[in-house]
Design a protein around this ligand. Sequence first.
Ligand code: GLN
Ligand code: ZN
Length: 758
Amino acid sequence: MKLVPTSSLGFPRIGPNRELKFALEKYWKGTISQHDLLQVARSVEDAAWALQVGLTKITVGDQYLYDFVLMMTESLGMVPKRFAHLPPGIDRLFAMARGVDGAPALSMKKWITSNYHYMVPEYDETSQIHADFSRFLEDCRRGVATLGADCATPVLLGPVSFAYLTKISAPGVSRSTLVDLLLPVYEALIQELVGLGVKEIQIHEPCLVFNDPSINPLLDAAYPKILAPDVTINMVSYMDDVGDTNYQWLMSAANGIHVVSLDFTRGDTLALVQKYGATKTIGCGLVDARNVWKFDPATALPVLKCLVDKGVIFRIQPSSTLQFLPWTVEREDKLIAESHPALQVLAFAKEKLQEVARLAKVAGCLLDGEDSEHLLSDHESAWKSFVESRQTSQSSSVRDRLQAVQPSDFRRSTDYLERRKQQLKGLPALPTTTIGSFPQTSAIRRVRAAWKKGLLNDAEYQAAMDQQIAYCIGVQETLGLDILVHGEPERTDMVEFFGEQLEGILFTQHGWVQSFGSRCVRPPVFWNDISRPFPMTTREFKVAQSLTEKPVKGMLTGPITILNWSFPRIDISGKDQAFQIALCIRDEIRDLEEAGCIVVQVDEPALREGMPFRTAERDEYLNWAVDAFRLSTAGAKSETQIHTHMCYCEFQDCMHAIDRMDTDVNSIENARSDNATLKAFKSIGYTKGFGPGLYDIHSPVVPSRDEIEAKLRSFLTVLDLDQTVVNPDCGLKTRGWPETIAALRNMVEATAVVRNEL
Ligand code: GLN
Ligand code: ZN
């Protein structure tokens, strides 16, 4: 049988037991040395290599300690002014990642469409390039020694993408001048890699998928200029197809690139191959590195057949680095013990390697003109039996209900102006409230953990939570807030709390993926149609409301946030999955209303981040995302005031969508910004309730009454008095009680001063 080569594009860096996370945190605390930290990083890398042995090409030099963009920034010596006084090296890298006295960290952004965050490079008026790639080269040398020069493949983030992602504030410097500055460094670096004996280098240029014509001159400037004659260059892109222009550029002989790695699991890469053919070796990213499912033969086979028919030379590989996936399914004892049906088709990073190997065999058969059925039969039967296991009466009733949804289900029964009069009567002007969570003390966390371990029974646990709720209500009453919250002591995480109670969503024990630096998340997995077997929040609401005459806000997470922070299904659309959750939220709001709730907040912090990066696809996403939110909330009575909360992002490119959500009050993170966002909302005619964050909850510093008062007055120069709501900029769960109480007291007092003048 013909052997089809295989390649990896990267493996999870955090380790099977989050070893790197714990080592980083110890290093930052000063309890281990830099040597120990690097030892851990290397042992994780060794473990990853050991699993990948058998692949034709394995990546090296990519066991970044914090983030790959930051590693590049540090090695280039391209630091902004506020870090210029620090000596180069790992500590400067961490200083840029986490900030040091007087020098706030680089900002963090989501990596393309993933939930990974990279550190945004900055080039300011004092920045210069002082490259030192010795640590990277040392890592690559270690890779070559371990895996051999034929296999070990160094990874570089390409100069065009690096410049594209950099925030440039130096006068007279453009992306193109920055690329020009980077070229000699890359040229020298590639020479040094050739000197190590490597046969191939991966250059990741993810900006190829942005389809932004401004990158084309930059690509032409860099390639083939920086390349060396004696090494194969594999140019890698992922998360989407590269579009017509970039595909043709990649295939052109002039750029010096030999292998073109493309994502065949997103966008329409196959159409590009069919349209233009492939004159270079294709790195066929057919194993989805962004999701936890085994490949579906029905979608993989047509791609392989097309490549074989067209006589394309190709390799099999994951669609991108596997860093977005947990390490292995083998650790999931609970799912294994209960023989969860999803196990048949789940694949984390380790299992994705087996998928690569299997597809390579199938491809080999196809090349030989042989039958590959036998290689796929267990795969097909696994999917078949999984799909059958999902067909429960529960799931068909979810589907029936979704089918029966009517256009009127997306509309509140009355218009905003009319229903607003019926809501929360008797509330003063400038009502004060908070975003939901109150300090999550270690005592609270201990109680939750003890209950999960079975050390506390339900009654004991609930009593402990109720005590917290009572304390929280007492504090808010004493401070004189107007719309109270129960404080969310029972929630570890705003998605996990709901996901665990919904049917059709599963949770892993060890499914950690890196979010940024040492921070890892364990995304829920959607595996079946989603329904709500019982009310999720009414008990805590009732406890809280029974303790006060003031209205207590019901607190829910919206469908888009739940979807965007999970691993979705691949057999139905994101829209359908969001709508299924929406129906659960809709029922929850009805139950809250029945329990006496007259104000409900449905948080959607992740609305903006699910937005596709290509403008052409944005409207479609925003339309169904807004519809999902409306399906969640439109069933509320006119008298029920619906709030939402959004944070972590700029809103300017989705304000119309936010307006269409038709919420009565929207509280947004704004404490660190001026009035630009407010003005922008005003300019599009946003007239509904608005609560821009008055102070920054991310910092332990207590804002003074005067500061808050000044900020409120400045908001009121833009917003109408009767649309303005007073609140901090996000939940308070990461803060301690003393600073929380002090800050809220100042907020309430500042509001009273402004109110008294009315
Ligand atoms: N209600 C949530 C809280 O207060 C909102 C969290 C968020 O915006 N990310 O914690
Ligand atoms: Zn928030």
